[in-house]
Design a protein around this ligand. Structure first.
Ligand code: API
Length: 282
């Protein structure tokens, strides 16, 4: 799936792949050998679930100078993100299948991410070190990242993107539709934030639900799971290696000395083709 000519000349339409990681779904456009054709308007149009294809995130692949591939991430509202864990696993799977390598490197907005084939259909990605200072999450002021001045004293951490993590007694009972947007747009987060609600099952197990920046509930959020594991450990609630149960399934998160490793499955659903008519109408 590397139709350079079609990316260079999208008048014939544009192929894409539909993939997901635990139900967090992606459109993946391979623009290697060319410039990315994706604009904010195009990202919104493709992400529209009724008039477009629909996705949680759009991942665009381009040639890299220092990694196997460069990956850019868009949300369906047209905003961009420097991290997307579930999509990073999916792209790593694509590159491994293409090259036959079981260890590759992705370049994302959060830097170089090593990825390895973990066997049994699983991919492990080193999502890097968390951002743990107020100005790198980023926050709008210097606050205690282990207990923000917000009701519920959530924690915050960056994984290339911002996360606000609430510890709750009952994750199932959280009204994501109301609490999510209120925190996504909270003034303490100048670039908005992803919002995770976690229930600690034991020191190695977390139940997590998520409202993502960009304005949607997703079935899973890889960078969010990494941030949740970091915040829970910093609050003294869990070990550094935890299993996180999301609506779409489970991820293993292991906060090691060289970064936060996330392990989970990937799925290729179909290869599609954006029609010339659709693209001309954007
Ligand atoms: N679903 C993604 C997170 C996307 C983050 C995006 N919503 C943002 O930071 O704006 C993941 O698996 O990490």
């Amino acid at each position: 799936m590397n139709p350079m000519n079609q990316v260079k000349n999208i008048s014939n339409g544009l192929p894409f792949l539909k993939m997901h990681g635990l139900g967090n779904d992606f459109v993946i456009i391979d623009a290697r050998g060319a410039e990315s054709p994706v604009t904010q308007q195009m990202a919104r149009a493709i992400g529209e679930r009724h008039f477009g294809v629909g996705y949680d995130q759009l991942a665009v692949l381009t040639d890299s100078l220092d990694a196997d591939v460069d990956v850019a991430f868009w949300n369906s509202d047209g905003s961009t993100a420097d991290a997307c864990g579930n999509a990073s696993r999916c792209v790593a799977r694509l590159i491994m299948d293409e090259t036959g390598d079981s260890s590759i490197v992705l370049r994302t907005g959060n830097g170089l991410l090593p990825a390895v084939d973990a066997g049994d259909g699983l991919i492990s990605v080193n999502m890097g070190h968390p951002q743990l200072t107020w100005d790198t999450v980023p926050m709008s002021e210097d606050v205690d990242l282990n207990a923000l001045p917000i009701e519920g004293a959530p924690g915050a951490a960056g994984m290339g993107n911002p996360h606000c993590v609430f510890v709750v007694d009952d994750a199932e009972g959280v009204n994501l539709e109301t609490r999510g947007p209120a925190i996504e747009h909270h003034p303490l987060f100048p670039q908005r934030t992803n919002v995770e609600f976690i229930e600690i099952k034991n020191r190695n197990t977390i139940r997590m639900r998520v409202w993502e920046r960009g304005g949607m509930i997703t079935l899973a959020c890889g960078s969010g799971a990494c941030a949740a594991a970091v915040v829970a450990h910093r609050k003294g609630l869990t070990e550094r290696n935890v299993t996180i149960h999301l609506d779409g399934g489970e991820l293993n998160i292991d906060w090691r000395d060289n970064g936060v490793w996330m392990t989970g499955p990937t799925a290729l659903v179909f290869q599609g083709h954006l029609s010339p008519e659709f693209l001309a109408g954007i």
